[in-house]
Design a protein around this ligand. Structure first.
Ligand SMILES: Cc1ncc(COP(=O)(O)O)c(C=O)c1O
Length: 397
């Protein structure tokens, strides 16, 4: 069966590919430690599940408004108003079937062929693919690990062109776990104020997972004049351990929300009615539900970090958010282990899965060759076992 050229060009998600391979091994009874998946291992908090059941029993099982129920929009508004200092109206909010879906609709609604989108590396793997599917061109800008990968103003100046349509800020970051604080965001906010044609896409899906007592700052609050070209994308997946439920949302100028709603009306229609009720309950309870999970993630971050730091030659920045570590393993490339040739980070990830039974994701698809991404959203016991296995595998002759 011939499939379209459009889909032939879409690469498979490398994170899901590693996950699928690890799951296949686990299904065969192999003891694999998985640091591959980008999802919390916690179950969805009970108050959210209860709200979903209540919605179901109350007969909220019909189509809703395409962009989400009034209840969900009110909950989104209530969650963001104290953070931003102003309220988004219903016409400036659209809920979709997961953050990925929000971004996909956004790129389709925003980009014309040839429009460039500045993408700080390392970046989440779906951005370049989605941008290209919408006809846009991802333009990669590199930051240094020692600067939490924040791109310098010189680096931004070097990539901006007349075709620059947007920039993506993913804070905290997948894959690095880097969190950009107010001092790091301020120069970027000032740079954006000097570039009035650039739309700011803030992917804040990990906004609630910031450690060490630090506070998340939405870049918009540092430069309120950006509001008519600012797009905030987030969702319930990571903050509320709701990856499987599929609920994301976008806060943006009303023309853009109207365009995304129109697009969504012809494709998926509304996100699940009962999931919207659960997401609304999550947002209303907010940090009460998130704080216990955040505390556990922080403990695991410390454990995984200290174990990785014991491996000689591995350079690992201390991440302040999300649930990822992004160590540089380049010291271990360019040799063979027990006959297994490891030239690149991709080879290293294959070697670790096949020989050490540990699933990690190579850095190359994130725009960072030589690095590996480890998700520590797993138990302390599995973290210890897995990183010890990695250390042992790297000692192989
Ligand atoms: C940076 C980033 N943005 C958006 C998403 C989308 O999340 P979801 O579609 O599960 O809501 C993810 C998920 O991995 C992510 O890491």
């Amino acid at each position: 069966m011939r499939v379209s050229k459009r889909v032939q060009q879409i690469p498979a998600s490398p994170t899901l590919a590693i996950d699928a391979k690890a799951k296949a091994l686990i299904a065969q009874g192999v003891d694999v430690v998985s640091f591959g998946t980008g999802e919390p291992d916690f179950v969805t908090p009970k108050p959210i599940c209860d709200a979903v059941v209540r919605a179901m029993e109350a007969g909220q099982t019909k189509y809703t408004a395409v962009g989400g129920t009034a209840e969900l929009k009110a909950a989104i508004r209530g969650y963001y108003e104290p953070r931003l200092g102003f309220a988004y109206s219903d016409a400036e909010i659209i809920a979709s079937c997961g953050g990925k879906h929000s971004l996909y609709n956004l790129f389709l609604a925003l980009l014309d062929p040839g429009d460039e989108v500045i993408l700080p590396a390392p970046f989440w793997v779906s951005y370049p693919v989605q941008i290209e599917m919408a006809g846009g061109l991802p333009v990669i800008v590199h930051g240094r690990p020692e600067d939490d990968f924040v791109p310098s103003i010189e680096a931004l100046d070097a990539v901006v062109t007349e075709r620059t349509r947007a920039i993506i800020i993913n804070n905290p970051s997948n894959p690095t776990g880097a969190f950009w604080d107010t001092d790091q965001l301020r120069p970027i906010a000032a740079w954006l104020e000097r570039h009035p044609n650039i739309v700011v896409i803030s992917d804040a899906i990990y906004e609630a997972l910031v450690f060490d007592g630090l506070a998340y700052t939405e870049l918009l609050t540092l430069a309120p004049s950006l509001r008519d070209r600012y797009v905030l994308v987030s969702g319930s997946s990571k903050s509320f351990a709701m990856t499987g439920w599929r609920l994301g949302y976008t806060l943006a100028p009303r023309e853009l929300v109207a365009a995304m709603t129109n697009l969504q009306s012809q494709s998926t229609s509304n996100p699940s009615s009962i999931v919207q009720a659960g997401a609304a309950e999550g947002l209303r309870q907010g940090d009460t539900l998130i704080a216990p999970m955040r505390a556990r993630f922080a403990e695991r971050r410390d454990l995984a970090l200290s174990l990785l730091q014991e491996i000689p030659g591995v350079v690992v920045p201390r991440p302040r958010g999300a649930f990822y570590l992004f160590p540089d393993f380049s010291a271990y490339l360019g040799r063979s282990y027990d006959g297994f040739e490891v030239k690149t980070d991709v080879d290293l990830a294959s070697y670790l899965l096949e020989r050490a039974r540990v699933a990690v994701v190579p850095g190359t698809p994130f725009g960072a060759p030589g690095f590996l991404r480890l998700s520590y959203a797993t138990s302390e016991e599995r973290i210890t076992t897995g990183i010890r296995r990695i250390a042992a595998a790297l000692q192989a002759p």
